[in-house]
Ligand binder design. Structure first.
Ligand code: BES
Ligand code: MN
Length: 454
């Protein structure tokens, strides 16, 4: 094992250079213009896995390809699936990036680029750890399969089919994912819960075309105004989602969890400062940590209508559109929530505009026991790598496929995230901390030892 650790340390700068190469691909899954970039990026990952000593192949899907890479199978060994994603969120708005999103920049111990933290740096850490076993001739005590997909940021539609098609081959003891966060560089974390998600787009159609707002304004409804009024009705003054039935299935936090969360290194003041808001806002009766990890929400992700260019253009726009996602907690169901929202919006929409509702991707919330033998093994690996006591937490983000791992493969997921709260995931100037990268490689190396012993 010492040889593995030494190898990782000796190769640190090579791994940093490789992460730079990896983030240069603009693998934006949401944007059709990047279709070819997605494929070249996936091919790079296949090659990288092969160089590490894995048997790797590119698997075509209806959407973006999936990278499948395996260690040789040895009957009797435990088998774990390592999941990650090579797709990234759109980099816009470009002007807010200090340097271009796909040209990596290193400053101190931070590597800036879209995808550095979410998720390329984190999945490369796992590939590096396996390579270290192979290149030092150290026996890997478990069998591994890497599944690195290209549609995580758009709902993982192709991966569920892939899991069903290859169910036998992918059967495993547990899934391991590094695609969540840790509260601080010195405080590693095991995450035992994720929120689910339900997405939709609402368009209000008004006049058949944009109209002169002087000639016609005042006689027809303005879709932008109507949309603002409509979505303003979706939340009340206590920060709660004002849709009848929305909270019906919500499982309250246990007293035990609320006590545990209070022990996290997290203060509202620091949090407020990091986010740059004049004051925090959220559902009354819950702390900020509870609000963002274990309470459901409804957020506007984008809002468009009318003229967005320079200067003014006096029109009544023909339409207005909002992109909305709700974050869900146990035991809410995305399909049921989409129905509730759809029915409610249709009911409260005024007759002066026409409403069109398109539902998008959905994922169920996830919670798993934080006290299982696997979780204990993961905590030991975190502790060895970071030389610090790890904490348990729930996260607000979603990884759509985790529930399918349970349903299709029967496997629970260990979430061992390496991202820091100020990594700017999904924002301009995303970064990955190079200490988290190095310690993440060590964690991954220790993990297979610990998991083989349980
Ligand atoms: N890595 C995130 C998920 C995440 C981040 C979980 C931080 C917990 C803490 C993942 O890449 C992500 O962003 N997922 C999307 C999924 C969605 C587009 C279906 C999300 O949560 O918005
Ligand atoms: Mn993401």
């Amino acid at each position: 094992m010492q040889a593995v650790i030494d190898f990782l340390k000796q190769n640190e700068s090579r791994y940093i250079n490789e992460l730079c190469d990896y983030v240069r691909f603009p693998s934006v899954s949401a944007q059709p213009k990047h279709r070819d970039d997605m494929k070249t990026c996936a091919e790079w990952v296949v090659k990288r896995c092969q160089q590490a000593g894995l048997q790797a192949e590119l698997c075509a899907t209806k959407g973006h390809p999936i990278v499948l890479a395996k260690t040789p199978r040895r009957p009797g060994r435990k088998h774990f699936l390592v999941y990650g994603h090579y797709d990234v969120q759109p980099p816009e708005p470009f002007e807010l990036w200090k340097t271009p999103p796909f040209e990596p920049r290193i400053e101190g111990r931070s590597l800036f680029a879209r995808g550095s933290s979410d998720n390329k740096g984190q999945n490369l850490a796992h590939i590096a750890a396996v390579e270290a076993y192979f290149k030092t001739g150290t026996e890997l005590p478990v069998d591994l399969t890497f599944v690195i997909e290209g549609e995580e940021e758009v709902g993982s539609a192709s991966l569920a089919t892939f899991l069903k098609e290859r169910q036998a081959e992918l059967k495993c003891d547990d899934v391991v994912i590094s695609d969540t966060g840790m509260p601080d560089k010195r405080v590693p974390a095991l995450t035992y819960g994720l929120r689910g998600i339900a997405a939709f787009e609402v368009t209000l159609h008004g006049p058949a075309r944009d109209l002169h707002s002087g000639i016609f304004g005042g006689t027809v409804d303005n879709p932008a105004m109507a949309l603002c009024q409509l979505i303003a009705k979706l939340r009340d003054e206590n920060g709660r989602v004002a849709i009848p039935g929305f909270y019906d299935d919500v499982q309250e936090l246990s007293d035990y969890e609320r006590e545990q969360f209070k022990r996290l290194p997290f203060t509202d003041a620091q949090y407020q400062q990091m986010l740059g808001v004049p004051k925090l806002f959220g559902e009354k009766g819950y702390t900020a940590f509870e609000q963002r990890s274990a309470r459901p929400t409804l957020e506007i992700n984008g809002l468009t209508s009318g003229y967005q260019g320079e200067g003014s253009k006096t029109i009544v726009p023909a339409w207005a559109r909002v992109k909305i996602t709700t974050r869900l907690v146990p035991n809410q169901n995305p399909a049921k929530i989409i129905d509730l929202v759809r029915n409610h919006l249709q009911k409260i929409c005024p007759p002066t505009v026409q409403i069109e509702i398109q539902s998008g991707h959905g994922a169920e919330p996830y919670v798993v026991s934080p006290t299982s033998p696997q979780a204990q093994a993961a905590l030991r690996a975190l502790k060895s790598a970071f030389n610090a006591e790890p904490i348990l937490m729930r996260e607000g983000g979603s990884i759509p496929i985790v529930n399918d791992f349970k349903k299709i493969l029967g496997a629970d997921t260990l979430l061992l995230g390496l991202a820091l709260p100020d990594d700017n995931a999904h924002s301009p100037n995303e970064k990955f901390d190079l200490d988290c990268f190095a310690k993440g490689q060590l964690m991954a190396a220790h993990l297979w030892q610990e998991l083989s012993k349980i």
